[in-house]
Structures are given as structure tokens and as C-alpha cells.
Design a protein around this ligand. Structure first.
Ligand SMILES: C[S@@+](CC[C@H](N)C(=O)[O-])C[C@H]1O[C@@H](n2cnc3c(N)ncnc32)[C@H](O)[C@@H]1O
Length: 307
């Protein structure tokens, strides 16, 4: 039997849970349950009347569920958080934790197709029932759409050329595996940069397959609706596209532009950041290399009308 620590080693465990400033009787949400490391730590801070509701869209995460009357695990995408919280009778919560991205388990299972290390079919779905897979993106997207994915989500300078060559290659036969994809893109993968560029390509496809940025935006909007005034958001991002959305939203409640000023030049914002962002210590990164790109941000919902 696999232990939850082998499934995923939680990143910034104590800092992220501390960010929630837990009240023992409060209601908390962990929207990225994974191996349940953060959830277990939240439960340690809750009293008998506290509650923790967790989400994960990956069926494999259900194996790690926690046998505890205070705990409920929901196998759904967190973009539907509000709907499922209401369905289970929770209209307002005291804090929400999110630890975005891919779990170690997802990376390490070759057949899930998330890792550049393995020869595997193109998949990359976090939700095994998602009708869209990496195969569909690579083989069915039009050239312009593929370019957008590589450019917007992988920040790849050669996005246009990559999209073109993929479209040429797939004419003779579909690109089914990681090896075939690598082969098609070989001219863009000089040996000294191969791993870095491949990681960017994989990141781009993965974000598209799982609609990660749209899900994050929907989740952030809903978090404002379900958090009580004074309630906390404690969120770990793993790349700049995610972090930018989180940072802007925590500062202004928006993803773009600036909030409007009233006639007195005052700005009404729905939440305020708590402290500066935090990153893992060198020791943590040495022990857990996957922590290296993590960035934790915490914010508190303000009482309405506060300026
Ligand atoms: C980095 S892991 C979280 C690890 C967890 N904090 C722990 O301590 O084990 C991210 C998890 O979030 C899940 N996930 C990512 N995006 C999701 C979404 N939109 N809805 C639900 N689950 C999601 C993934 O399936 C994965 O299991």
C-alpha cells in the first residue's frame, strides 16, 4: 500500500497552514488535496467542531482520504467549489488553501504523461474523465491555436515554428507519444537546453489540457463569495502565469487593470495581502526538489465597504 507521503511530499507545509490563521471551530477548504499533507496539518489545528472540505479532480487522490468525522473529500474540479460547498450545506468558510499544479504521484506515474522523463502516450489529464488530452491538443488543434498555447502558456519564443512543424509532422501519422513529440520538435531542442525547453512545452500543453488558468480565475472569484470577512486565502503557485493572477487578485480583486477610484480618490478592494510572499528554504529545496519554484501568498478578505 502506498503511503500518502510517497504520493506527495507537501511543500511549505507549516507556512501555508499558518497563513490560514486557523480557528479551532472554523470551516476550512483545501482545494488541492493530493496526498492530503496540507489537509492533515489543518485537521491537527481543528477542534471537534471544526470542518475541513477538500477537493481533488484526480481519482487517484481518493486513495489518500482521511478517516475523520470532521473531513469530507470531493472528487471535483475546484472551479466548481462554490456549487459543491453549497450542495453540502456550507455557505461561508473561514479559510481556503490551494497548492496548485501537479502532484509528485502524477509526475511519477509514467502513463499519466506529465513527465518529460518517460516514454509515454500523450495524456496529461489531471481528471481522468476530461475529454481533452495532450493527444488532442497536439493532433487536433489548428496551427494558430497551437502557437497560442506554446506562446501564452510556455512563453516559448519559437512557438510559431513549433506549431508549424507539429502540423507538418502529424500529416503522415498522429503524434501519439512523448518520443514522437520530441522527435518532431528536435530542431528546437539543442542538447544544452533540451530539458528546459521540453519542460516549457509540457507546461504549455498541460495548462491547456487542464484549463488551469481559467479554473484558477473562476476559483479566485468564488473564493471571495464564500469567504467570511476576515477569512484567509493561502495559495502556493509554481509558475509565473499562476502567481501573476494570484498576486493581482489578492491586491485588487481583478486580473487586469486597476480598480476604479471614487471621487475622493479612494479605492475599494475586496481583500488585502497578508505579509510578503514566501518561498521554501534552501533546506526544503534540498530535501524536495519540487519545492524549488513554489511561491506562497496569503490574503485576508476585508469587511465590505472598507476602503
Ligand atoms: C501539488 S498537488 C497538492 C498536494 C497536496 N497539497 C498535498 O499535501 O499532498 C496538486 C493537486 O491538486 C489537484 N488539482 C489541480 N488542479 C485542480 C483543479 N482545478 N481542481 C481540483 N483539483 C486540482 C491535482 O490533481 C493534484 O492532486
Amino acid at each position: 500500500m502506498m503511503l500518502w507521503m510517497d504520493y506527495h511530499n507537501p511543500v511549505l507545509l507549516f507556512e501555508t497552514v499558518e497563513g490560514l490563521d486557523i480557528k479551532p471551530d472554523g470551516i476550512y477548504v483545501d482545494v488541492t488535496f493530493g496526498g492530503g499533507g496540507h489537509s492533515r496539518e489543518i485537521l491537527r489545528h481543528l477542534g471537534d467542531n471544526g470542518k475541513l472540505i477538500a477537493f481533488d479532480q484526480d481519482k487517484d487522490a481518493l486513495e489518500n482520504t482521511i478517516d475523520d468525522a470532521r473531513f469530507l473529500l470531493i472528487n471535483e474540479n475546484f472551479r466548481y467549489m462554490k456549487r459543491f460547498l453549497r450542495f453540502h450545506g456550507f455557505n461561508e468558510v473561514d479559510g481556503i488553501l490551494g497548492d496548485f499544479g501537479v502532484s509528485s504521484h502524477q509526475f511519477d506515474e509514467a502513463e499519466r504523461g506529465f513527465s518529460t522523463r518517460f516514454e509515454a502516450d500523450l495524456d496529461m489529464r489531471m481528471d481522468q474523465d476530461n475529454p481533452l488530452s495532450a493527444f488532442d491538443v497536439v493532433n487536433n488543434y489548428e496551427e494558430g491555436e497551437l502557437k497560442r498555447v506554446f506562446s501564452d502558456y510556455g512563453e516559448l519564443r519559437a512557438a510559431k515554428g513549433m506549431a508549424k512543424i507539429i502540423c507538418e509532422n502529424r500529416k503522415s501519422e498522429p503524434i501519439r507519444s512523448s518520443e514522437q513529440l520530441k522527435h518532431a520538435l528536435r530542431r528546437f531542442l539543442p542538447q544544452h537546453k533540451e530539458n528546459k525547453i521540453l519542460a516549457q512545452i509540457y507546461q504549455a500543453i498541460r495548462i491547456e489540457v487542464n484549463q488551469e488558468l481559467d479554473a484558477l480565475k473562476e476559483f479566485l472569484h468564488q473564493s471571495l463569495e464564500v469567504l467570511k470577512p476576515g477569512g484567509r486565502l493561502s495559495l502556493i503557485s509554481y509558475h509565473s502565469l499562476e502567481d501573476r493572477l494570484v498576486k493581482r487578485f489578492m491586491r485588487s480583486g481583478m486580473f487586469e487593470g486597476e480598480p476604479e477610484k471614487d471621487v475622493f480618490g479612494r479605492v475599494e478592494v475586496p481583500m488585502k495581502p497578508v505579509g510578503k510572499f514566501q518561498i521554501p528554504s534552501e533546506e526544503e529545496i534540498k530535501e524536495n526538489n519540487r519545492a524549488r519554484s513554489a511561491k506562497l501568498r496569503v490574503a485576508e478578505k476585508l469587511p465590505q465597504g472598507l476602503k
